[in-house]
Design a protein around this ligand. Structure first.
Ligand code: HEM
Length: 207
């Protein structure tokens, strides 16, 4: 039993960093292309549509849906076992641990809403392709803008802080000095990606 738990946790960790990490980076980059205007974003989206359908659906199912389902379901199980105590121990790491859990809890309903509404309902059922114009009209509702901005920032924090915990879990960052260097670098990455995200979300609202 111990071995099964050990390997499941390692798989959860690998999937979070390597598979979902690529997905979130791709999302930030695609959405950032909206800053270049409708043509820049639509041509990027059109290139993705050129991927042959069986490969595209294969990537969506095996590269996103199954890894995400596994990471989310096993993550809920881990989070339910976790003991959050930032108030009792005011250390930075405890706060980061708690934020890792809070962002995970936010991501559960957010990702269900995001995937069902945009991918399954809008694109899948109604057959409306993703485009700059679609997102621009979607983000006219201030509630949607706020919930999406929080969702993106939550996913980015969860991923970036996950880089630090990954390096600890896998013994890549041994010792407090190396761990704090990794932690600072991953928070710098968080700041950079968060800034880009706030910029493209603000641009939908302001332009
Ligand atoms: C859908 C809801 C999600 C839930 C419930 C969830 C849950 C969790 C939990 C509980 C942990 C900590 C594991 C531990 O302490 O060992 C974790 C770690 C992690 N998650 Fe998630 N997660 C979710 C979505 C995501 C997404 C979208 C990404 C990518 C952007 C992601 C990337 C990571 C990474 C990189 C780690 C660190 C792995 C490690 O510490 O070795 N997660 N997740």
């Amino acid at each position: 039993m111990y071995n099964v738990t050990f390997y499941l946790r390692r798989l959860h960790s690998l999937v979070g960093l390597l598979v979902l990490g690529i997905v979130i980076l791709e999302h930030v980059m695609t959405n950032a292309s909206s800053l270049g205007g409708p043509e820049a974003m639509n041509s990027g989206l059109a290139m993705m549509e050129m991927i042959p359908k069986p490969i595209f659906y294969g990537l969506e199912i095996f590269g996103i849906a199954i890894p995400l389902l596994f990471h989310a379901i096993y993550g809920i199980y881990i989070a339910l076992q976790a003991n959050n105590n930032p108030g009792r121990f005011g250390y930075m790491r405890n706060w980061m641990f708690t934020l890792q859990r809070w962002t995970a809890w936010y991501l559960v309903p957010f990702l269900i809403w995001h995937i069902f509404y945009l991918r399954i309902y809008t694109k899948g059922i109604c057959g409306v392709p993703m485009s700059y114009e679609l997102l621009d009209s979607y983000f006219t509702n201030p509630i949607v803008v706020v919930l999406y901005t929080i969702g993106m920032l939550a996913a980015i924090f969860h991923f970036c802080n996950g880089i630090t915990t990954f390096c600890m879990t896998w013994g890549i960052a041994k010792g407090p000095r190396v761990q704090s260097v990794v932690s600072v670098l991953s928070m710098l990455l968080f700041l950079a990606l968060a800034l880009v995200t706030v910029a493209f979300m603000a641009h939908y609202v302001l332009l």
